[in-house]
Ligand binder design. Structure first.
Ligand SMILES: [Zn+2]
Length: 584
């Protein structure tokens, strides 16, 4: 993609042109300068000037005479919420991946022009939260050769993705608020029309949680969806829009696609306006750190499926599977190592990052998405439990909205009242009316290593946390692979029975209970002969090749499912309905 950016009235100092190293909402470093080439800077007199490269992330221009224009090409071929993708159907633009900016000019208003690409028929539309009109067809106006939009400052520009291409659009309103669902896909118009009705249901249900919608500054909120066979599955929140991409189509993946819609739309309150201090303002020169992503992402992860349940877009079986998954995640070995707060701080390494070296994350890291989702579940059920359903997590989210989101959402591009961990705890204290409860909840489940008593909390709603394989012997979730012998393919967690025998990743497993082991099926066969508590011999060779014989005391398979308890008492029925029924 060819990009041209002009910086007028910049004085006579060096113009520090940079590509972003980070992207709002995706927490690892991306170093977008890697895809930029053919860079030319011209000065005030129109003549090209020399640039220098003081670091890998940009170009410095001196002697420009007070204004400068940079022209460059940028390559991109990934349709998702972070990168750039250009082909014959669209330019899918996440601004940090595409736009070069200059240090010190953050507060300047910006004008962005999209030129129809030559040879594409001049029919492309623009879906974006930038200020301007990208859908002339809605007003029966001819499609123009170029579109002009504005952003009030750099933060807003960088937060404003655009899909410039062949796009279908549906509109709806809730009260005074306007919504646009813009879709680039391979399906039919009828599918889009029908799908947009489900999107509207979600928008209404989530609006009911807060009792109002934020002020969407362009006059509408825009869903920018790309359901294309070559898209990468993703969802990325922005202040007045979201990018949702998937390889699935409405016809093949409706349920999962709506789950992403529900998640991303919840973000227009939670994280876009109810925003952790560590993310505000966003720094495009470095990774941004927050210890509150368990709330920003995790609570959103909880509310997406909950909104789908409340609108009956999913059935109870699906919701219970989701809840079971949250409990399974938070119960993993990682919670003993890092708290939810510390897991949030792992985001710059795990959210879009790649490592070449081995890590021990499989046993020490739980994503703040399900971890935070499990905390949301515990907080929701605890508030309901303590108040006989007069209070719920909805009250907590409304309190966060009232104290931080709403008053902090005045300046477009910024959040003026971001919250801290202490603020969130204080909000829980206020909502519950119990400072000690709030402090204990935060210190045990968010900043500590305890797991809430989900079985008791869920029993209030008539659900049972049940062992998936009760009575089945278990030595850990170890997997084997055939690689110069039958080797342990996973890290061995300290919470697994096999850990006590000293078995480690890459060790060659030779015998278990006297049986030769050639793969996972052989282990399963041995375990079927035993019950939890049995002690059996194991023979294995460590990486030095030395064989050893140890014993393992088998445990019981700890994995759980959440199921309906059977007949409900009136109290359980009332509790369940208050939790899972529509708020509209
Ligand atoms: Zn999210």
């Amino acid at each position: 993609m060819q990009v041209e950016a002009t910086f007028p009235d910049v004085g006579l100092g060096t113009l520090v042109l940079r590509m972003s190293r980070s992207s709002p909402g995706r927490y690892s470093l991306h170093d977008f300068a890697k895809n930029v080439y053919d860079v030319h800077v011209t000065g005030a007199n129109g003549r090209e000037i020399e640039t220098t490269r003081p670091d890998p992330y940009g170009w410095n221009a001196s002697g420009h005479g007070g204004s400068a224009t940079v022209k460059y090409k940028v390559y991109g071929d990934r349709v998702d919420g972070t990168y750039l993708a250009v082909d014959t159907t669209h330019a899918h633009i996440n601004m940090p991946a595409a736009i070069m900016w200059a240090h010190g000019l953050d507060e300047r208003p910006i004008t962005v022009t999209f030129d129809q690409p030559a040879g594409m028929g001049g029919r492309w539309l623009v879906a974006t939260q930038l200020h301007g009109e990208g859908f002339p067809i809605l007003n029966n106006v001819p499609i123009p050769p170029s579109y002009t939009f504005t952003a009030p400052n750099l933060q807003y520009l960088m937060d404003s993705p655009a899909d410039f291409g062949i796009i279908g659009i549906r509109r709806f309103s809730v009260g005074q608020k306007n919504f646009r669902f813009a879709l680039h896909h391979t399906g039919t118009d009828a599918e889009l029309t029908d799908y947009a009705k489900d999107v509207e249901k979600i928008v209404r249900e989530e609006g009911a949680i807060y009792g109002e919608y934020p002020n969407y500054e362009p006059g509408y909120y825009t869903f920018i969806a790309d359901y294309l066979p070559y898209a990468s599955g993703d969802g990325m929140e922005h202040r007045n829009s979201t990018v949702i991409s998937a390889a699935a189509s409405i016809a093949t993946g409706r349920g999962r696609l709506l789950d992403t819609v529900a998640h991303e739309f919840f973000h227009c309150w939670n994280v876009e306006r109810i925003r952790p201090k560590g993310l505000e303002p966003f720094d495009f020169d470095r990774a941004n750190l927050s210890g509150e992503l368990w709330l920003a992402e995790g609570f959103t992860q909880y509310y997406g499926p909950l909104a789908l349940q409340r609108t009956n877009l999913v059935d109870l079986t699906s919701t219970l599977r989701t809840i079971g998954g949250l409990i399974e995640s938070v119960s993993g070995p990682g919670h003993l190592v890092r708290s939810a707060e510390e897991m949030s701080r792992m985001a710059p390494f795990i959210d879009g990052g790649r490592t070449s070296d081995r890590t021990n994350w499989s046993t020490t890291v739980i994503s703040y998405y399900p971890f935070g989702g499990a905390i949301a579940l515990a907080m929701d059920l605890s508030l309901n439990d303590r108040s006989d359903s007069r209070l719920s997590l909805d009250d907590f989210m409304r309190a966060m909205w009232t104290k931080f989101g709403k008053p902090g959402g005045v300046r477009e591009g910024y959040v003026d009242r971001p919250y801290t961990m202490a603020d969130a705890e204080a909000a829980l204290a206020e909502v519950s009316g119990d400072r000690a409860f709030a402090h204990e909840f935060f210190s045990r489940y968010i900043q500590g290593h305890d797991v809430a008593d989900y079985a008791r909390l869920l029993s209030r709603a008539g659900f049972t946390v049940r062992k998936r394989n009760a009575g089945r012997a278990w030595l850990g979730d170890m997997r084997l692979e055939s690689r110069n012998g039958t080797r342990v393919a996973t890290l061995v967690a300290p919470t697994w029975p096999v850990y006590a025998a000293g078995v480690d990743q890459d060790d060659v497993l030779q015998q278990l209970d006297g049986t030769r082991i050639g793969g996972d099926a052989d282990v399963a066969t041995v375990l079927q002969r035993h019950k939890p508590g049995d002690t059996i011999p194991i023979v294995f060779a460590d990486r030095t090749g030395v064989a050893q014989t140890k014993t393992i005391t088998l445990g019981e398979d700890p994995h759980v499912d959440v199921v309906e308890a059977g007949s409900l008492s009136p109290a359980q029925r009332a509790f369940r309905d208050r939790w899972l029924k529509s708020r509209q």
